[in-house]
Every structure is written in structure tokens, then in C-alpha cells.
Design a protein around this ligand. Structure first.
Ligand code: ZN
Length: 531
């Protein structure tokens, strides 16, 4: 049976840009548009031309893409003509394939917020769609507050949608603007709309205020809608928009949808979705959500020993999909709760196959347990675990020694007479017979130490140039002055691989030093640096 085409509309660059703490530069927008195009979404809504300089300059020239570049803006203002509305004129002039208008569809908002009549609002929709069509653009209408509006006055909400459809809009998009509608309501209301407007002209735009934006999107599809609007990683105002990173794998991998619908995302692109999702986090300088469905670090992680032994025998027992399909991987956590099978499976993952009765496995397990008792947590530090295992097998080359380091923190007046706190680190390293001394200033003692450590590794320097720290977390393990500090560091490099290392000590600088050293040694090892 031929599958029906379902369209994906991404609004990361418009609605996602409303996220608290997110500010896209033009370069960010272009980079994200590239990721979206690689993924295979059908529409990239890139912003609101005329509303701010960045969006205006995005639309000042053609941005060649597979996806249809879409400009967003309001329908003509009440009481004005199309040509007399500067906002609408800017929108019509934008270099875009499609225009997505937003219009009120709740009679209450029309009267109170727009201060106009219901008839004038319909005329504004009609005129705007007509003007954009005349410009040769594909047209979408976002019906703002559609679901609340429908509950209050179904015939008026429908009239707004129908007006755009009758005027030739390609899509009429039903927006749950406040995000409070529940899936069964979405399914009922979209079902009613699809009796009047064909489903292949209807879209859904769901917000996540009851954490059901994804569920609401699927409810709309079940009721007949054929376009889903959403954002990467669920970015968006307040609690966010429907998360396309969760929606896409479900559409491609769950028979309920995969058998009925076709989307423009290839299997290959699906296999890169983890990288795309984490790439966006990186651009936003955020740590990826470990527990994100499909793409999170923990999405296929298992801790308990009995589960781990079952997973090794038959992965399907505890996994709803094969993690490789989305570019993720199975992870068996090594922890003091777990047993030999976890350690064995983790060793296998890093390419070390040892017999389960090998005495070295017992030694490694004992070592892990001993260290976890004093605060190490290897389930959160895959690279440190790998180093621990490989060191025990004599597989980690001896690259360099840190003969000594010295970190100081000084508070003083600077040349302008301002009170400043500065940190400086001096590190003395021995690489073979070469002694190297590096000095660096940092925004704090750990930053200074990190910069000094990585400043000059002699013949190994070229292997670590791509190394960057992406996350640094400190946790105090037991209260009081005798507390132990656990430091977890996440690093990445030019290949995009992420790894985590750990250090534990009563002294925060010492704990950080251990984690930094593990990260550098891991990088040297994975880059194949010669001993
Ligand atoms: Zn929205």
C-alpha cells in the first residue's frame, strides 16, 4: 500500500528563538538551517523579517536549501490596506519560498487584543493570503489559540481556518498556543476540522505546557492532519514546542506510523539525529539532556546486573528500538550495584574481549568497587573507566609526567584601581627527556590549570589541539569540612565524540587535575599518539 506523505515544519529559528536564554546570531541561524536541511525537514521557518536586524538580514538574500525557507509574520493590520502595512510589505518582500501568517482565531482575542470585529479579522486573513499568493509564495496560516478558540466559539475558529483554505493557503495550521490542550481534545477537534478542510491541508503546532506536545502532535495526525510543526530538542517559549527529535524516530521506527506515512528524513539522516541534536546543544553551549528519549546518553543505558546479562544475550529484552538506528549506543553502566556481566559488556563495547573467568576481570571489578566506595562513579565517566581497564591490561602508553604544578589565586587592585581576583597556574611537565614549563592565567584556578596543562605538551601538542571541555561539574559527596569532592568533566574534539572523565579528592583542585589528566590521556590514546 502506498504510504501517505507527512510533512515536517521546523520552527527552531522562529519559535525556538523565543526560548529563555537563547539568542541566535545570524551565523547560528545559518548553521542550524544547515543541520535542519541535512536532517530532511520540509520547511525551515527562519524568522520574522522586519522584526529584528538578524531576521531581516537572513531574508535579505536567497538561502539555497532543499527545505522550503519560510518567513513568518502577521496578517495585515485591521483597518489598513495590504500596501499600507509596512510589516506585511516587508514580509512579502522577504527572500523566502513560503510565508507563514499568524492570525487570531479566538473571537475573544479578536475583540480584546486586536480591538476589531470578527469580520475585519476574516478580511485581513483573506487579503493577506491573497497578496502572498500573488507574490508567488506558498502560504501557511497559523491559527493562533485555535483550540481554546474552538472550545469558546467553534464556528468562528473554523471560519478563520476555512477563509485561508478557500483563498488557496497550502496549509492551515492549528496552534495550541497556550499549550494546555490535552491529546484527546486535540484528536476530537482536529477530527472536526478535517470534515471541513482536507487533512492533507491541515497542520498541528503544539506547545509543551502539559508535557504532551509530542503526544498532541500524534493525536492530530491520527485525526487526519498531515503537517507537524516542531523544533529541535523541543526548544521554544515557556516549556517549549513539540520536539522533532522525538517525533522523527517515532514516525520512522514505530509501525503504527512507519507503515502509513512517508517523511523526507532518510534512514541515513535518522542515524545522525543524535549528532544533530547534540550539535545544537553545543552551539547553544548547553549540556545535552542525558535522559532525552532516543538521543540521550541514558536512553539505552541499563544499570542493574540482571538486566545487563539479559541485554548481552538478547538486546530486545530491554530495548524498544535498536539504538544504532538513531545513532545512539547501548550503555551498560558499571556501578557497585552491578556485577561481572556489566563490566564484561562494557569491556566488549570498548573492544576488549576477556573471558568471563579471566582473573583480570575480577581484579578490575574489585578495583571499580573499591574506587566507587570512595566516591568515583564510573557510570558517569566512560573514558575514565576505559583508561582504568586499559591501564590494568598495560595498554595505555606512558606519554608524559606532570612533575609538579602550582596554582594560586590572588586578589588585588588592577591598573585601573579595581578589585580583581586572578588565578595563575604553573605546570612542569616531562615528555621523554624534554622538560616543559607552562604558565597560564584563567578565570578561576581550575581554568588556569587546564590552560597551563594543555599549553605545551611538546611532541604531543598537535594531538590535543581539537580538545575542548564542554562541561565541568562539581559535587560535594558528604557534608562537613571532611567532604570529598567529585569532579566530572565532559570533553569533545574535532571528531564530535564526547567523553567523560572523573576525579575524586578532598581537594577540588586535585580532583579537577585527575579528571583533566584522564581527558588528555584519553584524547592522546584515541588519536593514536605514539608512546
Ligand atoms: Zn508557537
Amino acid at each position: 500500500m502506498a504510504r501517505e506523505r507527512l510533512y515536517l515544519f521546523d520552527t527552531t529559528l522562529r519559535d525556538g528563538a523565543q526560548t529563555n536564554g537563547v539568542d541566535f546570531t545570524l551565523a547560528d541561524k545559518l548553521a542550524i538551517a544547515g543541520m535542519l536541511d541535512e536532517l530532511g525537514v520540509d520547511y525551515v521557518e527562519a524568522g520574522y523579517p522586519g522584526a529584528n536586524p538578524i531576521d531581516t538580514s537572513f531574508f535579505s538574500e536567497r538561502r539555497p536549501m532543499r527545505a522550503r525557507v519560510t518567513a513568518f509574520g502577521m496578517t495585515r493590520r485591521p483597518g489598513r490596506s495590504v500596501s499600507n502595512d509596512p510589516g506585511l510589505v516587508a514580509l512579502l518582500d522577504a527572500q523566502a519560498d513560503a510565508i507563514c501568517f499568524v492570525a487570531k482565531s479566538w473571537d475573544y482575542h479578536v475583540r480584546i487584543a486586536l480591538e476589531t470585529t470578527e469580520e475585519e479579522n476574516l478580511a485581513s486573513i483573506r487579503d493577506s493570503v491573497r497578496a502572498a499568493k500573488a507574490k508567488g509564495r506558498e502560504v501557511l496560516l497559523d491559527c493562533e489559540h485555535f483550540f481554546d478558540g474552538y472550545k469558546a466559539n467553534p464556528s468562528y475558529a473554523l471560519a478563520c481556518a476555512k477563509t485561508a483554505y478557500d483563498e488557496g493557503a497550502r496549509w492551515v495550521v492549528l496552534c495550541d498556543t497556550n499549550g494546555g490542550t490535552l491529546p484527546h481534545e486535540v484528536e476530537d477537534i482536529v477530527g472536526e476540522v478535517c470534515k471541513v478542510i482536507p487533512g492533507d491541508r491541515v497542520g498541528i503546532h503544539a506547545h509543551n505546557d502539559t508535557e504532551q506536545a509530542v503526544a498532541n502532535s500524534f493525536a492530530a495526525i491520527r485525526a487526519g492532519a498531515r503537517q507537524i510543526q516542531g523544533t529541535l530538542n523541543g526548544l521554544g517559549e515557556r516549556c517549549g514546542n513539540a520536539n522533532l527529535v522525538s517525533i522523527i524516530p517515532t514516525l520512522k521506527l514505530k509501525a503504527e506510523y512507519a507503515d502509513k506515512f512517508e517523511i523526507n528524513v532518510s534512514d541515513g539522516a535518522l542515524g545522525r539525529i543524535v549528532r544533530i541534536s547534540h550539535g545544537l546543544d553545543e552551539l547553544l553551549n548547553r549540556a545535552p539532556d542525558r535522559h532525552a528519549p532516543y538521543v540521550g546518553e541514558s536512553a539505552f543505558a541499563t544499570k542493574a546486573g540482571i538486566h545487563a546479562s539479559a541485554i548481552v544475550k538478547e538486546p530486545k529484552t530491554y530495548e524498544h528500538i535498536a539504538p544504532e538506528r538513531v545513532g545512539n549506543r547501548r550503555k551498560l553502566l558499571v556501578s557497585d550495584q552491578a556485577g561481572r556481566s556489566n563490566v564484561l559488556a562494557e569491556l566488549e563495547r570498548i573492544g576488549l574481549s576477556l573471558d568471563k573467568d579471566d582473573p583480570r576481570v575480577t581484579r578490575l571489578l574489585d578495583e571499580v568497587k573499591e574506587r566507587e566506595a570512595i566516591g568515583y562513579a564510573y557510570e558517569a565517566a566512560d573514558a575514565s573507566f576505559e583508561l582504568l581497564a586499559r591501564r590494568m591490561l598495560g595498554q595505555v602508553p606512558h606519554y608524559f609526567d606532570v612533575e609538579k604544578f602550582d596554582v594560586n589565586v590572588e586578589q588585588r587592585n588592577n591598573a585601573k584601581g579595581e578589585r580583581v581576583t586572578v588565578s595563575q597556574a604553573v605546570v612542569k611537565i616531562k615528555v621523554g627527556n624534554e622538560e616543559l614549563i607552562s604558565v597560564a592565567e584563567g578565570i578561576g584556578p581550575v581554568n588556569a590549570l587546564d590552560l597551563a596543562l594543555r599549553k605545551d605538551l611538546g611532541k604531543y601538542q598537535s594531538f590535543i589541539t581539537g580538545l575542548t571541555l564542554t562541561d565541568y561539574r562539581v559535587r560535594i559527596l558528604n557534608g562537613g569540612t571532611q567532604a570529598v569532592t567529585r569532579v566530572l568533566i565532559e570533553s569533545t574534539d574535532e571528531s564530535g565524540e564526547h567523553w567523560r572523565t572523573i576525579g575524586v579528592s578532598a581537594n577540588i583542585i586535585d580532583a579537577s587535575f585527575q579528571a583533566l589528566m584522564d581527558s588528555i590521556v584519553y584524547k592522546l590514546m584515541k588519536s593514536g599518539a605514539p608512546a
